[in-house]
Write a protein that binds this ligand. Sequence first.
Ligand code: PLP
Length: 476
Amino acid sequence: MPAEQVLDELRALRTGDLPTHGGRTLAYVYDSGRAGLDELAAQAHALASATNGLDPTAFPSLLRMENDIVAAAAALLGGGQATVGSVTSGGTESCMLAVHAARAARPDVDRPKVVLASTAHAAFHKAAHYFGIEAVTVPVDPATFLADPAAMAAAIDDRTVLVVVSAPSYAHGVVDPVPEVAAAAGERGVRCHVDACIGGWVLPYFRALGEPVPDFDLSVPGVTSLSVDLHKYAYCPKGTSVLLHADASLRRSQFFASAAWPGYTMLNSTMQSTRSGGPLAAAWAVLNHLGDNGYRSLAQQVLSAVRTLRSGIGAIEGLRIQGDPQSTLLSVVADDSVADPGFDVFTVADEMTERGWYLQPQFGFESSPPNLHLTVTASNHGSEPALLADLASAVDAARRSGPVSLPEELTAAIAGLDPSGLTSEQFAGLLAMAGLEGAGTLKRMAEINAMLGAAPPGLRERLLVEFLGVMYTPTV
Ligand SMILES: Cc1ncc(COP(=O)(O)O)c(C=O)c1O
């Protein structure tokens, strides 16, 4: 195919995607709204995309850029002279590497455990699953959604290799009590990781703007590692995160070397081996271009947007913000002070989709009822009134259509399913029963979400894995 035709086809495919710019997609994407920033990043990416971080001696530019980025992250996040780190492909890789490093440093521990506040990102469950570690989840405070330091301390035992808290948690946007938990871990000689993947590049600027941000970074005694994603609030293209360690001795077990084959000695700082210099160079360019002043003014914009949205949403009859979010993330529930709000938040999400906004459904979990997640970014600044007006009208529309009700036979069928033995046929039967055979093309997700919400988490995981298998099946 001629180049132009290939690109036309790609452009046509992209029209079916959620918008990545303009603040209408309130999850997955982070838009600074700054003119020219994407172009700069794309040019920097192109300059380095064919290089390979597999061997930093062959591509010293990558080594230099990575050390620059790690130094910038350490300076922003309370690191000291001894702080070191690595640039990874994203938050999940940083979190997984923190778990791996902690486990690998304790070969003496049989059947290691990682102690997590129950709001910790699923990346830690993925790490536990991949690395054969037991994840011990400690329920958070049911009203504030904050980690409970006493309960976390009580969960630490001789098999614990890592304790994890978030700054902030993705689901509720609250910053865990890091000093208390880190102190408890430190007393037991256990590592403590702060997952600041989403908050790390914005909370320090909020603090500089006078916001009361709780202590959460590497300056807190007992914190041994911290993750911060550049592809979130540093507004860099996808594919970069930083994992910091308080000192080099903590990082050593993260690295991997193998001379056990006849090729080059494989020497990797992260999970990837061949590693494109593209994302790294793009991030380096964006960080240098925006600089402290740029991030401060972007933080000012997002702070203003999140405040306006928070109070505006609280004023919409029937909606409420959960907890006391101190960052850029909001979790919106149907107000339970009203006996029967008469609508379903997942229907509100569908109504918002029809109005051109994406809000992310979150299922009920512990004390958190089904809710909608909003990742607010700098590009939301200025269009808050439009979002709030559409949200109010989406709630009205959801009230008019009433709560989603699932057919009784469907809820009975879900209750009767065993996640460990679920077959593709059972899955297909369930979709048929729900009238959802064309699941991939459905516009209204409320019914699917209601069905998934009715399934216990273990079954939901299995159903979604089945769904993934159906989606990732080529049709040609
Ligand atoms: C707190 C937190 N940790 C980890 C991650 C995982 O990051 P990624 O999606 O870049 O792998 C996220 C993503 O939103 C997050 O919010």
